[in-house]
Design a protein. Structure first.
Length: 281
């Protein structure tokens, strides 16, 4: 994996066919110095936006791309740093582009995302024969299939030449014992080459399962610089095997990151993930 900085206004959503990804932001939910942790995956003519937080349309704009240029979305979970930009995406696409963006989403999460989050800002803009808008008036859902062999709930979708495996994580509530009793949240494995945990508490079982089954080259892992709450603490992650940590880039981190660069290196991690950098595989 090699890094290639992407300048302001210079983002392209296609490439020569190699696998690449770029974080439009690497910050925590309420970061003021970075955008929110949202990930673009690009391969040939295919691209996927993993999450679209409140600040994602602005981050894309500064990178030179409109939210309306994004063809396909995948959403890991319903916190606003991951879904807050979806209203702009769906309304701009409907009223400016006259199209529905694609979204890879199981029916179960579609119902949650619409009923508990998106419906309020979108459904009541139009009424036709007494009916308000539905999720599928605004989005073109692409249905992933369950991967039966994994013990952890995992879904798979082939987006052009991209192989995507989406797996349940242990994010919220803070008292959950595992992914099974956690609310809907996902991470994603791309082409079996890099894994992005999405938001998760410290869950070494996930890393055991997915390194044994797929051995990804790089893991982009949720990280906060303190322990407790609903994210993975740096000191918890530090207890992982050295062989795992050296391929791990930490993301979703707080605004005091400069003072944490050395502690991150000292604990054996590859480093902090950077926003606006292509990671080429
Ligand atoms: Zn988050
Ligand atoms: Zn979250």
């Amino acid at each position: 994996m090699v890094q290639r900085p992407c300048g302001k206004g210079a983002l392209t959503l296609s490439n020569n066919g190699s696998l690449s990804c770029l974080f439009t932001g690497v910050g925590s939910a309420f970061s003021k110095r970075h955008y929110q942790t949202n990930l673009l995956i690009i391969k040939g003519d295919d691209h996927l936006m993993v999450d679209c937080g409140t600040r994602a349309p602005q981050a894309l704009h500064e990178l030179g791309v409109s939210i309306m240029d994004i063809k396909t979305f995948f959403i890991t979970h319903s916190h606003a740093d991951h879904i807050g930009g979806l209203e702009e995406a769906m309304l701009m696409d409907r009223y400016v582009m006259k199209k529905r963006p694609d979204i890879i989403i199981p029916q179960e999460y579609q119902n949650l995302l619409w009923d508990m989050s998106l419906k309020g800002g979108a459904a009541f803009n139009e009424r036709h024969q007494g009916k308000y808008l539905s999720f599928e008036d605004l989005w073109q859902p692409l249905r992933p299939k369950r991967v039966k062999k994994n013990r952890r709930e995992t879904w798979q979708y082939a987006l052009g030449n991209l192989d995507l495996k989406m797996f349940r994580t242990m994010h919220i509530p803070d008292s959950a014992q595992g992914w099974e009793d956690s609310f809907w949240s996902f991470g994603i494995l791309t082409d079996e080459r890099f894994l992005f945990t999405g938001d998760t508490r410290f869950d070494p079982v996930l890393l055991d399962e997915f390194t044994a089954a797929y051995d990804p080259e790089i893991i982009f892992h949720d990280c906060q610089f303190f322990t407790g709450g609903v994210h993975s603490g740096l000191d918890e992650l530090a207890t992982l095997p050295a062989a795992l940590k050296k391929n791990m880039l930490l993301v979703h981190y707080g605004d005091n990151w400069e003072s944490m660069k050395k502690p991150v290196k000292d604990r054996g991690f590859k480093g902090l993930a950077k926003q606006w950098v292509y990671y080429d595989f």
